[in-house]
Design a protein around this ligand. Structure first.
Ligand SMILES: [Zn+2]
Length: 434
């Protein structure tokens, strides 16, 4: 017996970028969308439960193309917290914020692969795409403490790519950075070309962590598929943008929320219930502490982040104007970069960088799915999983309306939203929705 239900009377934002359409209906059968169209054409299957969503907005669940899983407990970062149980808990937080698929970028041990496999079936946890472990050049920036993922030669690089591909990595990641010049090395071209070439042989896309214009230009020449961050040392120019466009390089993630999070000694949203419901009181206290603020403010790189954010934002805007393809990704997961909340902040910052709310929503749904090769998610269409986000207010009018979360479905199953979450406290201890 098929399990069927109907949602009706909502305004549809289908994820393709098509304008919202009022008075729509949806039939979900065994976790997948089996029909979508105007209410007047709806033929509700006999016995199907019908839910009326008048005044609401229905869109595909959000996809975050750049996350890391299981790196922290609260805001304490340590690889020992990378357990299946902790990853599943973090995935629940993503789900509560309407993020129904994530792509992890290169700091996950092999326990990620069984979790990744769950996406292929009916699940009530966000779907996971993964790099497994990304490639770091010995002595340069990248990876996380405790995980040895560095290579010293092109041969080692090729072997590492093969190893990740054979484990089932969806794509290959490489880091090309020296942390504001604090490290002596950046991955040299003979290594990055080996990574990109070997990945291509294995049928995998490559995505690069970059910071510098010069590395972005070099990697574009070498045939990388996407950038996991914006260029942050100078403005992108026509030469780079035209070459990216010619080669089909995506700005897969601009990670503006990552850059923005670094400019504050005390994060500006700690009293916003949309944020605070997702963290424990102990974490809130730590985030508000004057000692933490003093420590962050005294860090040598602290004064550099405002300029990096401005540059990232300007460059993202320039690339979009020039017709570069882009997705939405936050780089959440490391300490104080919060699952789910950052996706909504990212969307807001993308709009501030010059795109429309509809463009931002499309980046976070169909565009991300397209880049990831995820054919069963990203739009509202027959055959796709019923990974759905129902909102009380129109996100195309004001991107901050993505926070007006009414319901989240994964494979047609309702999961607790952030407004039904009050982490580490009794359900009644959290502030209500503003
Ligand atoms: Zn990252």
């Amino acid at each position: 017996m098929a399990e069927t239900f109907v949602l009706r009377d909502f305004t549809l934002i289908d994820g393709t970028g098509r304008a919202p359409v009022a008075n729509q209906a949806l039939v979900v059968t065994d976790g997948k969308i089996s029909w979508v169209g105007p209410v007047r054409k709806l033929k509700a299957p006999a016995g199907a439960k019908i839910e009326k969503l008048a005044g609401k907005y229905l869109m595909p669940g959000l996809i975050d193309s750049h996350v890391h899983l299981g790196l922290v407990d609260g805001i304490t970062q340590n690889l020992k917290y990378q357990t299946t149980a902790n990853i599943e808990e973090q995935l629940k937080t993503y789900a509560a914020y309407g993020v129904t698929t994530v792509q992890t970028l290169g700091t996950e041990q092999d326990l990620i692969f069984p979790i990744q496999q769950k996406r292929k079936g009916r699940t009530s946890s966000p779907r996971v795409y993964t790099v497994g472990q990304g490639v770091v050049f010995k002595g340069s920036y990248g990876g996380v403490p405790g995980l040895d993922q560095s290579v010293a030669t092109p041969d080692e690089a090729r072997k590492m790519v093969d190893a990740q591909a054979s484990k089932g990595a969806d794509l290959i990641k490489l880091w090309v950075d020296d942390e504001f010049g604090m490290l002596d090395e950046r991955m040299p071209p003979q290594i990055s070309t080996a990574v990109i070439d070997q990945a291509r042989k294995d049928g995998k896309k490559t995505v690069a962590h970059i910071f510098y214009y010069d590395n972005a230009a070099e990697l574009t020449r070498e045939g990388v598929n996407a950038f996991a961050h914006s260029v942050r040392d100078r403005s992108v120019d026509d030469a780079l943008v035209n070459q990216m466009k010619a080669k089909g390089v995506w700005q897969m993630a601009a990670t503006l929320s990552r850059e923005a999070s670094f400019i504050y000694k005390t994060l500006p949203f700690l009293d916003d219930p949309f944020f605070s419901r997702g963290v424990t009181p102990a974490v809130l206290t730590e985030l508000k502490s004057p000692e933490r603020a003093a420590k962050l403010g005294a860090a040598p790189n602290f004064p550099k982040y405002a300029a990096a954010l401005k540059q990232a934002s300007d460059n993202f805007g320039r690339e979009v104007k020039a017709g570069i393809r882009y997705g939405m990704g936050t780089d959440s997961g490391p300490t104080a970069r919060f699952p789910g909340y950052f996706a909504h902040w990212e969307l807001e910052l993308m709009v501030q960088a010059g795109i429309t709310p509809m463009q931002a929503l499309t980046a976070a749904t169909s565009a991300n799915a397209e880049f990831m090769g995820a054919k069963d998610i990203g739009t509202i269409a027959p055959g796709k999983w019923a990974d759905l986000l129902v909102l009380d207010r129109d996100p195309t009018k004001d991107i901050r309306n993505t926070r007006a979360i009414n319901t989240v479905f994964i494979s047609g199953t309702k999961v607790p939203t952030i407004w039904q979450t009050c982490k580490g406290r009794a359900a009644t201890a959290c502030e209500g929705r503003p």
